[in-house]
Design a protein around this ligand. Structure first.
Ligand code: SAM
Length: 232
């Protein structure tokens, strides 16, 4: 029951990629999580291993065939691993809450689209959870899968050295994080805010809270409103 990321892709060589480095890579080596790739092309049934076809109704681009994708999903979910996620700009925007839910579960099956995306029927038939990384268009789901899995893996027990740092991060508190400073204390004519050098823990805590609130209010009025409603 190791946390497992199972990736359905036309480009398995893109993995582990950055997930093989640093925190995630060390955790992968230690067996804290598992990464499996399945080549969607392996589920094509014709001689040419076709995975896509032209869109009904016409228009540009190609569409991934439902029969091929369904066969891949059938194999990927046979042992009960879920949820099955389709990364798409049409999906629900990825938020830290979903990342936390996914990290707490057994793992995920994630399907990376290419071309214009999937035939709608396989999304419906499989009840895929559609997730978007943001309001922009990537050329494929693979970079999105890397980002999603990275966000999950760093929350797994034993991956981050100091678990305490997680609690104060952006979104966990409902606010964006306060600014950070390190040595040198004077750099390029800029100094570090006095209070951080004071050693006065309560003052530092209050200053960081104010900074986090101010940054959130200015940059993300949507988060700020939600935060204030929650406090009220
Ligand atoms: N025709 C699609 C549209 O207009 O929404 C864009 C398809 S995109 C070129 C190819 C694949 O990249 C998608 O099927 C999806 O898997 C992935 N992708 C692109 N942008 C994404 C995003 N913002 N979030 C998650 N996945 C994305």
């Amino acid at each position: 029951d190791t946390w497992t990321a199972r990736i359905l892709t036309l480009f398995p060589e893109m993995f582990p990629g950055p997930l093989g480095q640093s925190l995630a890579g060390k955790a992968l080596e230690k067996g804290i999580w598992r990464l499996e790739t399945m080549d969607i092309r392996g589920f094509a049934t014709d001689r040419h291993r076709t995975v896509d076809d032209t869109p009904f109704g016409g228009g540009a681009g190609m569409v991934m065939r439902p029969d091929v994708v369904d066969a891949a999903l059938e194999a990927a979910t046979a042992d009960g691993l879920k949820p099955a996620i389709y990364l798409t700009p049409r999906g629900r925007l990825l938020k830290q809450e979903l990342v936390q839910e996914l990290a707490a579960g057994p793992g995920l099956v994630v399907l990376c689209g290419r071309y214009e995306g999937l035939d709608e029927r396989v999304i419906e038939a499989r009840g895929l959870l559609e997730v978007s990384l943001g309001d922009f268009v990537l050329s494929g789901g693979e970079p999105a899968a890397l980002a999603l899995i990275d966000a999950c893996v760093r929350l797994l027990p034993g991956v981050m050295g100091a678990e305490a740092t997680l609690a104060e991060e952006s979104f966990n508190t409902g606010l964006l994080e306060y600014p950070h400073y390190t040595r040198p204390a004077e750099w390029s004519g800029r100094s570090v805010p006095e209070v951080l050098m004071s050693g006065h823990h309560e003052k530092i805590r209050r200053w960081r809270q104010e900074q986090a609130e101010e940054t959130t209010r200015l940059r993300r009025p949507d988060l700020w409103d939600a935060y204030r409603k929650r406090k009220a």
